[in-house]
Design a protein around this ligand. Structure first.
Ligand SMILES: Cc1cc2nc3c(=O)[nH]c(=O)nc-3n(C[C@H](O)[C@H](O)[C@H](O)COP(=O)(O)OP(=O)(O)OC[C@H]3O[C@@H](n4cnc5c(N)ncnc54)[C@H](O)[C@@H]3O)c2cc1C
Length: 606
């Protein structure tokens, strides 16, 4: 049976000591209610809901899955009641705008809420999670009327939302989208086509579902430049927001899949379904990016959730399971054998899980501040600047945190030995559930191309330089040459971090030069490059956490072991995880020839 306790001590540490969130909130009068007392109360209430209501539905939801009967989908037992409790508790509206029924709390608080919900039960959390993306898209690109009709109900949680991009012939290459939108001449459009793999596409949690759909207008240009975005409700909605008859959107079937079995994945058939255009004609993909960026950071969170849940359970097991004796001498002579936690290899796996879970959380909290800045930007310049920062960090977050989350989940199975493979314990479920995170919202390969090709080389390294500049300022302020009172202790982090940053810049330059001569260089280096970048980014946050922990320990604080553990985990990260960049540097700089030289016909001799 899986267990989960929300990491409230870590949350407080990151919020107050590492990222100084309350100072950040002070910049925005709209966030004046986000005081320490209120944030603590919200975190504690959310923790209770996740631990007591969502966690118990995690394994039962996996076992039961969603059921499909003649176009109708039933979610597993308890899901509907938990969703109603979530809506009644005002959780859906927490960080959405007051004008449309939200509570106006910062988006960053919403992200923290999502982590707890996702750790306790990722499949359940996907239903409200998809709605957030739909809400953000309507909020940014919708007309006042569309906001009035759709946003209010989505904010209340009375309706949920979806994202309808994928079609049978394309997921990554959305330029191939075929779904048609024919204007009716009255401001509405008839939408016809098939969308597959639609999360939360049909369910019994709410009476209406608002689909955000990519489709083509007649005579639209070919490829991505001819795609528009539409709001298509499951049940028709009139101009006053009243729900009418069914809207010719039917669920053809649902997928039988590897994991997240309680999260429905639907085939949706649109057959002259009525929709309205959102955003300008043929700019659908650009508008959809609002949705996708939210969703990508949300998916990055799935990696952290998997690492945290797997770690918490593996730690309990490693302290209880007895096997052989410690190589450095018997640790528990009163027992028939020592617990497996004494063995260095088990420690290696546990510490890796811990480093990824806590390091990943820090990366998310850092990004959540940028999301607040975008939302609250007063000028286009401010918004663009924050948007560029988010654009740079998003592919790293999405791909690196899901890959490391999956690694952590696999370590969890390994720590349980054969029992990790048995369903009862829930450890194999975490692997199955999190496996999708490296695939949807753009695969790791696609995120890596976006990072190296578009965000770095096309911008001539501008976004990278602004991030590395920030890290180098931190290094300078904490270095042996600074007035930092903990400079001696911090040197073990600052020196390798500065060196890693110099390498990152140098390798990027060299890859850029090589790519000018051979275009396959980008594609062959990109995933290794992304992981290389991710390890350095995470090192920056481990160094920040170590500095904050030293500062806390210098004062009269309770819970001193928590801060000591932070420093020791940072030491582990720098000793045993960051060096992975050395091997990645070697492979990403290798000539693409060895990848591509084998003729397609010679790949197999069957
Ligand atoms: C459980 C689940 C839930 C989902 N939820 C949604 C949803 O809510 N809404 C929605 O619209 N979609 C959803 N999807 C679809 C998902 O986003 C896509 O499956 C994903 O984007 C990959 O697209 P694809 O499956 O068509 O793979 P393909 O695009 O066919 O890719 C196949 C492989 O080729 C690689 N590849 C493709 N092009 C390139 C390239 N140019 N360079 C290098 N490598 C390349 C990919 O990285 C991948 O490894 C979901 C899918 C699943 C399984």
């Amino acid at each position: 049976m899986l267990s989960y306790k929300a990491p409230l001590t870590d949350l407080k540490f990151l919020f107050e000591d590492v990222f100084d969130y309350y100072k950040h909130y002070e910049k925005y009068p709209e966030f004046e209610e986000a005081t320490p007392d209120l944030v603590d109360a919200i975190a504690q209430e959310c923790a209770k809901f996740c631990e007591n209501e969502l966690l118990p539905l995690n394994q039962s939801g996996d076992k039961e899955g969603c059921t499909f009967d003649n176009g109708k989908v039933t979610t597993p037992k308890g899901f509907k009641e938990a969703y109603q409790q979530y809506v009644d508790g005002g959780w859906q509206s927490l960080s959405h705008t007051v004008e449309h029924g939200g509570q106006g709390m910062p988006p960053s608080l919403g992200m923290i809420k999502s982590e707890m919900m996702g750790s306790a039960n990722w499949s359940w959390a996907m239903y409200p999670g998809l709605s957030h993306g739909a809400m953000n898209t309507i909020d940014v690109h919708g007309s006042d009327e569309q906001k009035e009709i759709y946003l209010t109900k989505l904010t209340e949680g009375t309706w949920t939302g979806t994202m309808c991009l994928t079609e049978p012939q394309c997921g990554t290459d959305l330029g191939q989208v075929k779904t048609k939108a024919i204007p009716n001449g009255d401001g509405t459009y008839n939408i016809t086509g098939t969308k597959i793999f639609i999360s939360a596409g049909e369910h019994d949690l709410t009476d209406n579902i608002i689909h955000i759909v990519l489709a083509r207008l007649p005579d639209a240009p070919k490829g991505t430049k001819g795609i528009s975005l539409f709001i298509v409700p499951k049940m028709q909605v009139d101009e006053q927001g009243n729900v009418g008859e069914s809207n010719q959107v039917t669920c053809g079937s649902i997928e039988d899949k590897m994991g997240i079995k309680a999260s429905v994945t639907a085939v949706l058939n649109f057959d002259n379904a009525k929709g309205v255009l959102i955003g300008p004609e043929n700019k659908g993909l650009e508008c959809m990016f609002t949705f996708m960026n939210t969703a990508r950071v949300g998916t990055a969170l799935q990696g952290v959730c998997a690492a945290e849940l797997s770690y918490q359970n593996a730690l309990i097991y490693a302290k209880e399971r007895l096997s052989m004796r410690s190589l450095s001498g018997v640790k528990h002579p009163d027992k028939v054998a020592d617990p497996i936690i004494v063995h260095p290899d088990v420690r290696r796996m546990l510490m890796t899980q811990k480093a990824f879970a806590e390091g990943g959380r820090a990366m998310i909290y850092y990004t959540a501040k940028i999301v607040d800045d975008i939302e609250m930007a007063k000028t286009e310049k401010e918004r663009k600047e924050a948007d560029n920062r988010l654009g740079f960090i998003t592919p790293i977050l999405k791909a690196f945190l899901t890959e490391t989350g999956l690694e952590a989940a696999n370590h969890g199975v390994q720590i349980f030995g054969g029992h990790g493979y048995i369903k009862e314990w829930g450890m194999e479920q975490i692997v199955r559930d999190t496996r999708i995170s490296t695939l949807y919202e753009g695969t790791t390969g696609i995120q890596a191309l976006d990072l190296l090709g578009r965000k770095i080389l096309l911008s001539r390294g501008k976004a990278l330089n602004s991030f590395t500049k920030e890290v180098l300022i931190f290094c300078k302020e904490k270095s042996m040459l600074s007035g930092n009172p903990y400079k001696r202790q911090m040197n073990k982090f600052i020196w390798p971090l500065s060196k890693s940053i110099a390498n990152w810049q140098q390798y990027t330059l060299r890859l850029g030069l090589k790519a000018k001569k051979d275009r396959d260089v980008v594609g062959s280096a990109s995933v290794d490059y992304l992981m290389f970048s991710g390890y350095i980014v995470m090192a920056y946050f481990w160094a920040q956490m170590a500095q904050a922990a030293y500062e806390k320990l210098a004062g009269d604080v309770e819970n001193r072991d928590f801060y000591r553990a932070k420093i020791k985990t940072a030491e582990f990260y720098f000793d045993r995880i960051l060096p992975r960049t050395k091997s990645l540097a070697k492979t990403m700089m290798a000539d693409p020839k060895s990848l591509m030289q084998l003729d397609e016909d010679l790949l197999s001799f069957l």
